[in-house]
Design a protein around this ligand. Sequence first.
Ligand code: NAP
Length: 262
Amino acid sequence: MIAYTFISGATGGIGKAFSKECVKKGYNLFLTGRSQEKLERLKLELLKINNVEIDYFACDIASPDDRSKMLEYIDKKGYLFDRIINVAGVDIQKPFLEYTREKILFQTRVNVEATIDLTYALLNKRALGLEVLTISSMSGVSPMPNFALYSATKSLLTNLFTALHYELKKDKIKVTVVLPGGVYTREDIIEDIKGQGIWGKLSAKTPEFVARKSLKALSKNKVKYIPGFFNKLLNFLMKIAPKKLVLNFIEKRWRNNRKDAF
Ligand SMILES: NC(=O)c1ccc[n+]([C@@H]2O[C@H](COP(=O)([O-])OP(=O)(O)OC[C@H]3O[C@@H](n4cnc5c(N)ncnc54)[C@H](OP(=O)(O)O)[C@@H]3O)[C@@H](O)[C@H]2O)c1
């Protein structure tokens, strides 16, 4: 029985980079994202790199019903997984009072509920030597006023997968959580990084860099991986800096940011 690498958010900037890196390594893939067309196109693109097994399932992971349908499909096919790569996430940036209830539920469901639900389900469909990698964010290192919910969802993922790293050691399951700073993916994110000037430039990495280095960290079973020296330094400084100062700075810095996700 062959085993698959599951990748959520495969159709996005970071997910696509992981998909390509995995295909180069000869891994068989099970991809997901919302758009059937994007997934089909991605599959064809990946097959040009390497002739591995690739299947996909279009699924709005914010919907428990959609997730159940995908899991039923996986069941029916009898797929087992030797790698779970959780990439899908939405980065809504706005003051909490400006959210709608719908958007709060959407962001929480995609970033947290779906990641936990799918990881749990696929852990129970594991092949020998399972590895689990989850994309969190540097935004989860400190609470972030005006970016509070995204930051909190990422902080939850960092804590959860750090705990699972230790919990699942005895089961010989590798677990790594990745905390990227800026990553050059969507147009709006590239603009944000440019707008941050030298700090953005120092922090940002390409999706290819993040994917390649993260997979290396996973194979070494590192508990946490922060891409790039500057982000590692920032992580350290955030730990030792006075909390009030950091939180007041972030509140002012993010006060005028408005970004939605659909
Ligand atoms: N880019 C950065 O600067 C950065 C930094 C730190 C962390 N991250 C994290 O990295 C991950 C990927 O970011 P990215 O920059 O690659 O974003 P992206 O290009 O917008 O990709 C997001 C991916 O998530 C999928 N997705 C979103 N909502 C979904 C839903 N309801 N159901 C199923 N799939 C859904 C999208 O699929 P569709 O094709 O259906 O839209 C897409 O494949 C996110 O978790 C993000 O928080 C990004």
